[in-house]
Design a binder for this molecule. Structure first.
Ligand SMILES: Cc1cc2nc3c(=O)[nH]c(=O)nc-3n(C[C@H](O)[C@H](O)[C@H](O)COP(=O)(O)OP(=O)(O)OC[C@H]3O[C@@H](n4cnc5c(N)ncnc54)[C@H](O)[C@@H]3O)c2cc1C
Length: 236
């Protein structure tokens, strides 16, 4: 995905790619998890579950973020941001305050939900809490079976509870998810039959890659694997 373009193209593209929205409400779930409600004309937005919207975070740089909830009637969308303090996007989002305005692009990308599939296992971290929320809403509506697995900083381990997510297992980040041997021994992977279960693997690229390798040796349904950030790499 493009994360950098010249300023003049950005100025021109800005109004063409999505609506202008205003920051209506801000809620810090923890000091590093900032949930923002934006309001604007979102009537033309198609909210693909698993899609990402682009936000301009400096004159020349763009980053991907996920709409967690939307309400067409009220014209509101909610995005859950990880304020990790390491990049221009995180810094820009940390400065946003009520009344600020910005353009947010129409979501695009891979569909993470298939209404024909009734069983899901989701893996993610702070950057994918928004996707987890949008998936949770539809899975609950459709009576699907699901399990969330999160790797989170210790300070954020209660966030899935605070967001009202169900059926979640939390691991505090300690690098274990990049170890295939450790992953293979997780109780969830002792389940003999995953052939009707889709896996949605998101978040840290290294964890996603390790999980994917483990799952490739099992008989599973579809695996959607998309890293959301990579150590040392700008703007995935
Ligand atoms: C499809 C998609 C949807 C996404 N949705 C969301 C979302 O809803 N909410 C959200 O918060 N993020 C989301 N992300 C992730 C976000 O785009 C990245 O974390 C992005 O790198 C942040 O930009 P930045 O400018 O802050 O850091 P960058 O300039 O991109 O990176 C600078 C440094 O920061 C580090 N870094 C980047 N992200 C993290 C992190 N999360 N934790 C620790 N260190 C990090 C990297 O190691 C890098 O070296 C999404 C990404 C994708 C691809």
């Amino acid at each position: 995905m493009i994360s950098r373009i010249p300023k003049w193209i950005g100025d021109w593209l800005e109004s063409a790619t999505g609506p202008l929205v205003k920051v209506l409400e801000i809620h810090y779930i923890t000091p590093s998890i900032k949930k923002i409600t934006f309001q604007g004309n979102i009537s033309k937005m198609d909210f693909i579950i698993g899609g990402a919207s682009v936000i301009r975070v400096s004159e020349t740089e763009y980053r991907n973020y996920t709409v967690a909830y939307h309400d067409i009637e009220k014209g509101t969308i909610e995005v859950i941001f990880h304020i990790h303090g390491n990049g221009v996007g995180s810094t820009y989002i940390s400065t946003l305050k009520t009344g600020d305005e910005l353009y947010i692009s129409i979501p695009r990308g891979h569909r993470a939900y298939d209404p024909k599939v009734k069983q899901y296992v989701f893996f993610g971290d702070e950057t994918t809490l928004g996707l987890a929320c949008s998936l949770f809403t539809v899975m609950k509506q459709n009576g699907d079976q699901f399990q969330f697995i999160f790797e989170l900083d210790n300070a954020n381990k209660n966030v899935p509870n605070l967001l009202g997510l169900e059926n979640h297992t939390i691991f505090v980040k300690d690098g274990s998810f990049s170890s295939e041997i450790w992953l293979k021994n997780l109780p969830i992977f002792q389940t003999p039959d995953f052939k009707n279960t889709n896996f949605v693997l998101t978040g840290n690229v290294r964890s996603v890659q390790a999980l994917r390798r483990v799952l490739k040796n099992l008989n599973t349904g579809k695996i959607l694997a998309q890293g959301y950030w990579l150590e040392g790499k700008k703007g995935l």
